[in-house]
Design a protein around this ligand. Structure first.
Ligand SMILES: Cc1cc2nc3c(=O)[nH]c(=O)nc-3n(C[C@H](O)[C@H](O)[C@H](O)COP(=O)(O)OP(=O)(O)OC[C@H]3O[C@@H](n4cnc5c(N)ncnc54)[C@H](O)[C@@H]3O)c2cc1C
Length: 423
């Protein structure tokens, strides 16, 4: 029963970040009690269950940033974890391919960046070496960055495996519990033992209650709302970007055996449409990035009034839109017309045609945005002040590659929880 359940630490959000952190916390503190509260029937249903499934090696991120450090460590921990627990994965490698002359300096800069981030086994290859390498894939280009350490895994399965570890160590998981309010306990008589010991109450939208000493929120697309309901800052705000994938028809799977990525455009945060083999044998192409009208809406026409009103009333969004209008319209156009998306993909695999692909699934990214319209690039964690705020820690921004980084993020947040809450 969740009615008046008590625990030392409640983790709100059963995605890969919440589960990795809950696992790490219980490993370090087996004598304490922990609960994970998730609003869906299933764990890892949203971003952690709707993504490209790539184990990133850490090439792209600014040296010294949390993203760079956590991705590089996270990739190593992921491979070790998969080996230990028998989670299927494939270290199938990745090529970042320059198809235009002007992309070559950016590719070289990316190589330098990867070296600074200590990414393993990176090398630049020319067109001739690329054609040899492409025995396993039909990619073509002028030059490429070869990253054999990149791999693929089903991140949802990983998250479920973290949950299993957590539960085996005595942690509790409660699904269909949507945290609607986080407040200091008021009902218990002032000074009562329970009131002193578990001073925070998390109430669900159905009226159930969990009382605890500390709260950690890992709410993905709702991280700003969770912060708001605990009296902490509503900013950075979350703006949802839907990414639609195409899938390759089975008879064309031979075209793609490893990950093929474009040279990213530094003006935009997403990595561009890519070719990704999946653990189930399918091949996904994409995703694009279009503004979504529903935070957890996976179809083009999904609409939620509150999510829409939230987005359009936020000044930061308008600044972002006006600065990137051409790019945004291009992404929408390619989302509607498959042939336009395929034309872009043909730069890398010329023999691909619109007949070789079908519309596939979609994912929605939680993109944090500040009031000046800047995309918040790195991970952000914060709490508040006062009786309530000082007992709460929010994971505000856990963008890609947070799945790859999840075990490292878990370690870092556990350190933060220990020092903030004096566990
Ligand atoms: C299209 C796409 C492709 C990506 N590709 C990759 C990739 O290849 N490799 C990689 O490393 N990363 C990738 N990522 C990023 C990665 O998937 C995410 O960064 C990661 O899954 C974030 O995990 P999370 O736990 O923070 O969020 P989520 O998985 O979204 O989990 C948040 C959870 O909180 C729950 N929640 C929210 N509000 C409440 C509430 N009020 N009460 C209770 N529960 C609540 C939600 O239901 C959800 O389960 C991709 C992301 C997307 C969208």
């Amino acid at each position: 029963s969740v009615c008046c359940r008590t625990c030392d630490v409640a983790v709100v959000g059963g995605g890969i970040v919440g589960l990795a952190t809950a696992r790490e916390l219980i490993l370090r503190h087996p004598a304490l009690s922990f609960v994970v509260l998730e609003k869906e029937k299933e764990l890892a249903f949203h971003q952690s269950g709707h993504n490209s499934g790539v184990i990133h090696s850490g090439i792209y991120y600014k040296p010294g940033s949390l993203k760079a450090k956590l991705c590089v460590r996270g990739a190593t921990l992921t491979y070790e974890y998969c080996e230990k627990k028998g989670v299927p994965y494939r270290q199938c490698g990745k090529l970042i391919v320059a198809v235009e002359q002007e992309e070559i300096p950016r590719l070289q800069a990316l190589y330098e960046r990867g070296q600074q981030n200590n990414v393993r086994d990176l090398r630049l290859i020319d067109a001739k070496q690329l054609s040899v390498k492409c025995v396993w894939s039909a990619a073509q280009g002028l030059m490429a960055l070869d990253s054999p350490y990149t791999g693929i895994v089903d991140w949802r399965l990983m998250a479920l495996s973290y949950a299993k570890d957590f539960q085996e160590m005595g942690g509790a998981v409660v699904t269909e519990f949507e945290a609607a309010d986080i407040a200091t306990v008021t009902e218990s008589p002032a000074g009562s033992i329970e009131g002193m010991k578990y001073p925070i109450a998390i109430r669900s939208s159905k009226g159930e209650e969990v009382q605890c000493r500390y709260v950690l929120t890992c709410g993905g697309l709702y991280s700003d709302r969770l912060s708001q309901i605990s009296g902490c800052s509503p900013e950075p705000r979350i703006v949802p970007f839907r990414g639609d994938y195409l899938v390759l028809k089975p008879e064309k799977h031979y075209l793609v055996k490893g990950n093929i990525y474009p040279v990213p455009d530094p003006r935009f945060p997403f990595l561009g449409v890519h070719f990704t083999p999946r653990m189930d044998g399918s091949v996904w192409l994409g995703p694009n990035a279009v503004l979504a009208f529903k935070r957890e809406g996976y179809r083009i026409y999904d609409f939620n009034t509150q999510d829409f009103a939230d987005a359009v009333s936020f000044r930061g969004l308008w600044k972002l839109v006006f600065r990137n209008i051409a790019y945004g319209l291009g992404e929408m156009y390619r989302g509607v017309f498959v042939s336009a998306q395929v034309k872009m993909l043909q730069k890398y695999i010329p023999e691909l045609t619109a007949n070789d692909v079908l519309r596939g699934p979609a994912g929605v990214r939680a993109q944090a945005l500040d009031r000046d319209g800047n995309l918040v690039d790195d991970f952000v964690f914060d709490g508040g002040i006062g009786d309530l705020g000082s007992r709460v820690l929010h994971v505000r921004n856990a963008p890609s590659p947070a799945a790859t980084s999840s075990l490292a993020i878990g370690e870092m947040i556990a350190d933060e929880v220990e020092s903030r809450f004096n566990l």
